[in-house]
Design a protein around this ligand. Sequence first.
Ligand code: 0PR
Length: 389
Amino acid sequence: MRENGLAKQEILKILEKKLEKDFSYSSGSILGSMCTEPLDFGVEIYLKYISKNLGDPGLFLGTAALEEELVSEIGELFNEKNIIGTFTTGGSEANLIAMRIAKKLKPDITRPEVVVPCSAHISFDKAADLLGIKLRKAKLNDNFELDLTHFESLLNKNTCGVVGIAGTTSLGLIDPIEEIGTLVEDKDIFFHIDAAFGGFILPFLKRLNFSIPKWDFSVDAVDSITADPHKMGLGIIPSGGFFLRDPSILQKTGFEIPYLAGGNFKHFHIVGTRSGGTVIAFWAILKSLGVNGFVQIVKRCMENTEYLTAQINDMKGIKLVTNPITNVVGITTENGESICKIDEELRKRNWMLGKFEEFNLIRVVVMPHVQKSHLQNFVEDLKKILKKL
Ligand code: 0PR
């Protein structure tokens, strides 16, 4: 560390140079990310309230009340107004919280197991590792949908939780949540939905008359949901969300910090100090956009998704993995060859997509920052690459 500080201008100049290597959302090359540029107004609010700490809610009573208000607004969106919930660092922390609850509610199970589809996000592997839970992974069918019969066969006396995904990481698909619900009802098994990605797009797709199966608290067996502001919610990076139907679970399984200036309180969090600014910003984003604002954003994402899928359908050598039901497009080779070569060539041209080797697919996520002109350039490059191969 330097003895004397540097002038601000100088620091800014150095930073600009050092961060030149970063890709930017506005350039269009980030095509495989589930994050996006947060809404400008949200950024403004975040900067204004950046020092609020929800790790000590007794000191920030207004912010804590705002978080509750925001949770019940989201509850309405997810079809159950009287939920409780809290904001996290992202979907991974929210899923970890859900897995911990599933284990805690079943103290008599000495070797707890959770059943997840094999398309589940890596955060479930991390949570299982941290919590000493055995993860049982259910297979997918040839069409990449969950094999329910296999899922059911993995349930046993050690099962403390099951997970369904509303908006899978690789393809944006929705698991058969009602059917999983039927498998676990009357079994006293905790049922968690990972809608980290889908949470803030599915309700708006429904408004646009897309056919979206039930995935939220409207399914009676669903106990909790992960839904992330920093994905389709256009929230500050990082911000995730965890929502829970039964408030008594907080009393049964929450942590306590008895010594805080603001007083003792029950909470689910793995972290202590926690951003209030991201929560206030998301409150403001919902107020500013309203349902119709989100619907317009989602409509544009879907129009761009349709443009891309039509182009892929017209190309020789590659094909869609499935017909997208959200703004996630999976691309694979027509003849079953590895997709890696195409991915490599795309990267050389600065197109950054997600690559899922286990499913032999590359993923474009048509986020709000992706413009049609970006996709047109991408399609041109893709055609050139395919011609060369
Ligand atoms: N659940 C699902 C269904 C997810 O897709 C993700 C992350 C998570 C949970 C975990 O969320 P956090 O990353 O907030 O903890 N999905 C993205 C993915 O793995 C994360 C991501 C975001 C990756 C931006 C790259 C990127 O540029 O694809």
